[in-house]
Every structure is written in structure tokens, then in C-alpha cells.
Write a protein that binds this ligand. Sequence first.
Ligand code: EPU
Length: 341
Amino acid sequence: MNQLHNLQSLKAFNTFNIECTAEQFLSFDQLETLQNICADTALKSRISLILGGGSNILFTKPKIAGLTLHNCLKGIEKVAEDEESIYIKAFAGEVWHDFVEHCIHQNWAGIENLALIPGCIGASPMQNIGAYGVEIKDVFFELEALHIATNEIHRFKLNDCQFGYRESVFKRRYKGEYIILSVTYRLLKNAAIKTSYGAIQQELDSMQVGAVGIREVADAVIRIRRSKLPNPKELGNAGSFFKNPSIPIQQAEDLLKTYPSMPQYPSTEANAKKVAAGWLIEQCGLKGHREAHCGVHHLQALVLVNYGEARGEEVFQLSQLIIDSVFNKFGILLEREVNIL
Ligand code: EPU
């Protein structure tokens, strides 16, 4: 920790479990270490990658040139409280699901629907993580990030982050400019349970629990996720490989005439509908499809998996086959959600 290493394998640092070597590598759990790096002009110019949990990344090259930083800043603190809310600050290297469990244990509500999402706190605002009707933007209060160029800590409020569907300013305008240090969430003392996402209510019914609180909602989400999403510790993957695309309303209506069972949802984009990429891929006959060392998961077509020895390039080629197949059948262009390096 806090020491520079040469030629470090990143296989254990990405949930796809893909082999790749970092030319230089440093895990830091001290802010001071990071600030010393950013005070050294030559060293900081070599920073090429910031890794957290590595759960949304596909390495397609054998080597990452320059310096890879692994963010291991730890700590969870209550920073403020009012009648309704708790403001809780978590450092970037904390494991997301452990944080969710910590909050549930304290009876702090708001992130129970986001149980079991792989990755660390630092990535949560980066791509506005979301599942089962909740996104991080719904509970976000502020974050602190180190501006690499000036070595200054900047604070970002909700409106500064430009959150969208799996989007934020850190993936766009400020890409590569900041290292997220900590995130403060505003959680509620009195839960407003969200079970509107159909599968949750169904799961709660089948669990036959009496009163439904945040523990039960989290348990329902955990059961749903375990039933169809592969555990990255057993089968390398990065969750949903593609975004659910938004398409023009007219195209959505035309498609419904041919495919009446096509799932469609409201979109945040104007005059558009969101459609389920997993369904599109399944309709192309690709659910469970396997190439030599990688494939499309047999229970959730939006997830690509590494059967053990896949190279990133093979997974990338499989993703291109999927994009082409969906485009040829539906005229819809899928966009990758996973960061390709
Ligand atoms: N579907 C199929 N076949 C499949 C997969 C899905 O027909 O192989 C259909 C389902 O039957 C359902 C619809 O597609 O009608 C949506 O499926 P699901 O509820 O499983 O969710 P998703 O749209 O595939 C999104 C997120 C997930 C998140 C779930 C639950 C994206 C890209 N993915 O998946 O997030 O957990 O909703 O909210 O938005 C992630 O980002 O890594 C992730 C796992």
C-alpha cells in the first residue's frame, strides 16, 4: 500500500477477471500519498487510470502504459443530521454493498434498492449507479474530488454533477481530470419504501414477510440479483455490458406492431422510449451464446461473461457481434456501458 510497483497484474483488480499489466501501479489509502503524487509534475503526468472496484471496465490491451492508481481510501462518518435526514460521508475505496449493509443496519433509508451492486463508493457518482427504481442521484448530497492538475480538493453539489442515466460530468467534461475522494449521501430516518419496480413486489410476496422495511426490500433485491446475475467472484463479468437504449417514439410504436411483447419504458430523453437491451439480445437468439472463452449469460442477456481465460479483445468482439445483430434485426444501436480500455 502507498508504494509504487512496476509491472503489476491487474487480473485481480477487474471483475471481468481479464489479464492485463499495469506499467506502474500504486494502491493508496492515504490522501497524503495521492497529494504527493499530484505535487510531482513528472509523476502525475504519467497517471493513466484510476481504479476502484474494477467492476465496470474491460481491458482489451495486454498493457496499461503509465501509472495506474488504485483508490483504497477508507472510512464512513456521519457528518450531519436534521429531523428527517442523516448525512453520511463514505470514502471512495469503501465497498458499495458493505456501505449499503452498514446503512440498513443503522436503519438509514434510501439505498436499499441498490444492494449487491458490485464496486466501490467512488464509482457510484461516476456513472450514477442505479437499479430497481433508484439511482444514486436520488440520495446524493455532495462529493469531494482531487483536481489532478492543481492538486486542489473541489466540492461538487448535485447540480454540478450533471447526472443522467449511467452518466455524470466525470465521464464527460471532466473525464480523467479528477479523482473522487469521498461521497456524502443524504439518507432518510423514515423510509419511503420503493417497490414499484415489479420484480421487487413479486419477490416480497413470495418471501411472505410481514411488515416490509428497508431490510426486506434489500433482501428482495439481493434475491432477484442472485437469481439472474452471475457473481463476479465465480464468473468474471461487469454487470450490464450495454445501456438500455432510448429510441424515437415513432420507432418504438412501429416495433410494438411487430413485437407486441417488447418491453418499453418512459425515457428521460424527449419524444423517446427506453427499451430493454437484454430483451433485444435475447430476441436475436444470443442469450446463452458462447464463443471460445466468453459468452452471453444464460439468465440475463445484458451480461457478458468470461469463462476463465478470455482475452479482453475476445469479449469486445463478442460485444460487436451483439451490436451488429441487434442493429440488423431492430435498427437499434446499442451503446456499451462498460468502459473499454
Ligand atoms: N429481459 C429479457 N431477456 C434478458 C434480460 C432481460 O427479456 O435476457 C427483459 C426482462 O424480462 C424485462 C426487461 O428485459 O422485461 C428488463 O430486464 P431487467 O429488469 O432484468 O433489467 P435490465 O434492464 O436488463 C437494468 C440495469 C441493471 C439493473 C436492473 C434492475 C441497465 C443497463 N441495467 O437491467 O443494472 O440491475 O435494470 O433495475 O440499465 C448494471 O448497470 O450493471 C446493472 C446490472
